[in-house]
Design a protein around this ligand. Structure first.
Ligand SMILES: Nc1ncnc2c1ncn2[C@@H]1O[C@H](COP(=O)(O)OP(=O)(O)OP(=O)(O)O)[C@@H](O)[C@H]1O
Length: 276
């Protein structure tokens, strides 16, 4: 049964169909258990966050969802398909895109060129077409460039397609990264600490922008974030990891008030930042 995006949006977050599901996932590095028996889901058209102290296992968990790491035990499925053993490119092709903790742009390439990087691998006309510049290749390249411009406009980089990445503000560089992720037509976007290094205004703008992605592109967003104002402001559901284990989950207010979370992560200062 197919459900319209509007019908999905009207459901409480915990009742929306699941887009991504991790079931009892564990990752060991030698003797270290970085993620321990974590079950987790991202519903369609939802913004959910993973929080927790440094070293809690958040990035390791992300890396298992995106295929960079294979879980030691447990299973992952995305959009109805088992992806536990899948490679990152296979998972991208199914509709999952990510950005990284550190900005990964080519500074001396333009905003548009940065978005187009990676798109060549997806083009159908192949290497022969690229060498001989057949009409089909030219047409395809034109469409890819148009799509790149469209994505940059959508993220708010309109009119600055040819600016070098290095000359853009920090917040705009993050937007270019998101445009590059969006160019692969994802259903799920994973953002690893997207507001790291941003000023409060840039963080607030990004929060508004995440809602726009959900509402206008029907995307689900999974966020690792340390800025509690952002987490509390934008998340519909929050999961807390500590020492590789899930210690709490629920709506932002219940998580913020959970004594275990306050003790393990938020502390007094974090609680104030989170509006408690
Ligand atoms: N490739 C690896 N090999 C060995 N140990 C690793 C590897 N990746 C992560 N770890 C360890 O796993 C644990 C969890 O690390 P992870 O980076 O997932 O935490 P995190 O919650 O993302 O932290 P941060 O908030 O600092 O980014 C840490 O003890 C880390 O040292």
């Amino acid at each position: 049964m197919s459900t319209t995006p509007e019908a999905v949006a009207a459901l409480p977050v915990t009742e929306r169909p699941k887009l991504l599901e991790a079931s009892r996932v564990t990752k060991r590095f030698g003797g270290l258990v970085a993620v321990n028996d974590v079950s987790f889901a991202v519903p369609q058209r939802s913004i959910v966050s993973i929080i927790g102290p440094n070293g809690a296992g958040k990035t390791t968990f992300f890396n298992m969802l995106t295929g960079l790491y294979t879980p030691s035990t447990g299973r992952v499925s995305f959009d109805g398909k088992e992806t536990t053993q899948s490679r990152p490119d296979q998972i991208t092709a199914l509709g999952m895109a990510r950005t990284f903790q550190n900005i990964r742009l080519f500074g001396t390439m333009s905003a548009l060129e940065n978005v187009l990087v990676g798109q060549h691998a997806r083009m159908k006309s192949g290497i022969g077409g690229s060498i001989f510049r057949t009409p089909r290749t030219r047409k395809e390249e034109q469409l890819v460039r148009e799509k790149g411009r469209e994505m940059l406009s959508f993220v708010g980089i309109r009119g600055r397609f040819d600016d070098l990445a290095i000359n853009l503000s920090y917040g705009d560089q993050r937007r270019v990264e998101i445009a590059r992720a969006l160019a692969s037509d994802p259903k799920l976007l994973l953002l690893d600490e997207p507001t790291a290094g941003m000023n409060p205004q840039e963080s607030e703008n990004l929060t508004t922008f995440m809602r726009k992605l959900r509402d206008e592109l029907n995307l689900a967003i999974l966020l690792i974030e340390h800025d509690m104002k952002v987490v509390m402001g934008v998340s519909e559901y929050v999961t807390v990891l500590d020492h590789g284990e899930k210690i709490a989950e629920g709506d932002p207010v219940s998580v913020r008030n959970n004594p275990r979370v306050v003790e393990a992560y938020l502390g007094k200062q974090g609680l104030e930042e989170a509006g408690g």
